[in-house]
Design a protein around this ligand. Structure first.
Ligand code: ATR
Length: 278
């Protein structure tokens, strides 16, 4: 029988999936490093997710990213889970291992911290209080990563306070939950302010917070990214704060998966950014 060279396949599973930039990120790295492999967008509806996941290893897939709305389901269906995925109850990176089955990890928090370090090399978790706005799915990974990085105080505010309290109770008991109405005061003296809400997202609700408490000693970061500066970052910059956009979080969260699937640790740099935005 002829010997076949197997070309590793990976992709991102989500619904809808057309907006995902991950195929561009991984496609750029594969070409840049001259590696054999393909990374494709996989539009998978919720009802089909398990069937598709189970079939993928037999089609040559070595792993996948998972995005909305499949992160919790992917976690639940996995055979093995990293400690980070366990803590968050959600996975964004899967490895298909012939012996161990589906291995689930969550690299969103890693991407968030790496992006901060890259954009603000002087950022030190211990520098002072951190304010996180929002308690949705995206906020959980960010908060767990910040607590692990050693922030001395984390003030969490969400329009619906009970959701913030639930997040604290589930993943980070040390977090301080404050009322949404206290947002301005909470930002006083903050070393870092993180927006994880959908305020200011294209097609999302308007950005209604005032950021008068921010100054040159604060770093502001928005995990939402768009073509231009988000209203949150524009307001923070107007106050003299240093700003970090959320685009790099997407790029950095992709690194661990690429390395596991294709065998090479990839770099995030200006050429990658330009290629993905082109
Ligand atoms: P994701 O999983 O991407 O974080 P999500 O779960 O829909 O998305 O969460 C969206 C976040 O934006 C929530 O923190 C939400 O607050 P609620 O929990 O009160 O819904 C927040 N958000 C959405 N619209 C908002 C608005 N107009 N003002 C303030 N916060 C808002």
């Amino acid at each position: 029988m002829a010997e076949y060279e197997t070309i590793p396949l990976a992709g991102v599973m989500g619904w809808p999936i057309g907006h995902s930039l991950s195929p561009k990120v991984h496609g750029y790295w594969l070409a840049r490093y001259g590696l054999a492999g393909h990374y494709v967008p996989l539009g998978v509806m919720e009802a089909d997710f398990e069937d598709v996941l189970r079939s993928m290893p037999r089609m040559g897939f070595v792993g996948a990213n998972v995005t909305m709305p499949h992160k919790e389901r992917a976690f639940a269906l996995a055979d093995m889970r990293s400690a980070t995925a366990m803590r968050l109850g959600a996975a964004n990176t899967l490895v298909f291992d012939s012996g161990r089955g589906v291995i689930a990890d969550n690299t969103d928090g890693f991407g968030f911290i790496e992006n901060l370090h890259e954009a603000q090399p002087g950022w030190d978790a211990a520098a002072g209080p951190v304010v996180v706005l929002g308690a949705g799915g995206a906020s959980r990974a960010v908060i767990a990563a910040l607590m692990d990085a050693g922030v001395p105080e984390l003030r969490l505010l969400n329009r619906t306070k009970s959701r913030a309290e639930a997040l604290r109770d589930e993943i980070a008991p040390g977090v301080m939950v404050l009322d949404w109405a206290e947002a301005e005061g909470a930002m006083e003296g903050a070393a870092l302010v993180v927006n994880t809400t959908s305020m200011g997202m294209a097609g999302g609700p308007e950005m209604t917070l005032t950021l008068d408490a921010l100054g040159p000693d604060t770093i502001a970061t928005d995990i939402v990214y768009g073509r231009g500066e988000t209203p949150f970052l524009a307001a923070a910059r107007g106050r003299g704060a240093a700003t970090v956009d959320g685009f790099g979080m997407l790029l950095h969260q992709a690194r661990p998966g690429f390395e596991r699937w294709f065998g090479r640790a990839p770099e995030v740099d200006a050429e990658l950014r330009a290629a993905v935005l082109a």
